[in-house]
Design a binder for this molecule. Structure first.
Ligand SMILES: [Zn+2]
Ligand SMILES: [Zn+2]
Length: 300
């Protein structure tokens, strides 16, 4: 990485106001350990629905303690006092295309008699409990002073708490892996969301690394001058309880031409801008981080 690359990428970073607009975790005005997401000012991005991206949608704060909205089928479902979902079958289409008459996954028409093509054992959600915004750490306090460029990507699984980080990858400007680990979620896993996360049961068996360990590791690598590149990085930073200033966000670099409230999927971007093959398998956190870095460098 040259000084020149750093300078060019620095010009692409989001401004302070954008960080708030796009829902990045920001310092709470009165509580330095707490974050705010600026949700009220954030456009509600809908992704370009070439591929499903259920758990990867934007986090919302839980408003009602006893119910949640299913990320997959959008039904309101009940949870117990601890927030655990009651077992209830979830029927959904994994590839949802809001403005098309047919679902891409199965070709069924909307409101077709057969209903959705996939059934899961229970509903899942990605809403955040208010306490998920506590204990945030601004990277400006970290000791690393060097000018670094990293792309960061997390994969998440559905747990009794909603979604939790299950793998993290950090790659440098040469797309070499600097840090990568699987993470043991704090609560029981309900669904590995394999279609999106690429993770299966055996991937997370015997993993001892906790989210807190990962946060400490990352804070030893990322400093106030580090440029972080990512694809929907606001969600990853929220999960990692990290407040960072220098963000290059791929969804902003490649806006949707005719629907500004939508964002292209990473699959669409890699196919159309990097001329990489159209893969049907889910990208894992490493491949997603590498793709995000390549897309950012491509835009310089
Ligand atoms: Zn379907
Ligand atoms: Zn559901």
């Amino acid at each position: 990485m040259t000084e020149e690359t750093y300078k060019k990428l620095w010009r692409l970073k989001l401004h302070q106001l954008d960080l708030e607009t796009y829902g990045f975790p920001r310092n709470h005005p009165n509580n330095p350990k707490r974050a705010v997401l600026g949700i009220s000012q954030r456009p509600q991005p809908q992704q370009e629905p070439h591929e499903s991206d259920s758990s990867d949608s934007e986090p919302e704060i839980i408003m009602d303690r006893c119910s949640r909205i299913c990320t997959r089928c959008r039904i309101l479902f009940k949870v117990d006092k601890e927030g655990r979902p009651k077992r209830q079958l979830c029927r959904y289409h994994p590839y949802h295309v809001p403005y098309k008459k047919k679902f891409r996954c199965c070709g069924r028409k909307k409101h077709a008699e057969e209903g959705p093509c996939k059934t899961a054992r229970q509903h899942v959600h990605n809403q955040l409990a208010p306490e998920a915004l506590e204990n945030f750490k601004p990277t400006r306090d970290n000791l690393i002073k060097a000018k670094r460029i990293y792309a960061l990507k997390c994969s998440h699984v559905y747990t009794e708490k909603g979604i939790e980080v299950a793998s993290v990858s950090l790659v440098d400007a040469f797309c070499s892996v600097v840090y990568e680990t699987k993470v043991r979620p704090e609560s029981n896993i309900l669904d590995y969301d394999t279609e999106i996360s690429g993770l299966r049961r055996h991937d997370l068996a015997n993993i001892q690394k906790t989210l807190q360990d990962v946060i400490e590791d990352l804070n030893a690598l990322i400093g106030p001058k580090t440029i972080l590149v990512g694809f929907r990085l606001q969600r990853d930073l929220t999960s990692l309880r990290m407040i960072h200033e220098n963000i290059v966000e791929v969804t902003v670099l490649y806006p949707h031409k005719w629907a500004p409230r939508r964002t292209h999927s990473l699959y669409f971007l890699r196919r159309n801008f990097l001329s990489l093959e159209n893969i049907r398998a889910p990208l894992k956190s490493r491949e997603e981080a590498i793709t995000a870095m390549k897309l950012a460098l491509h835009r310089m």
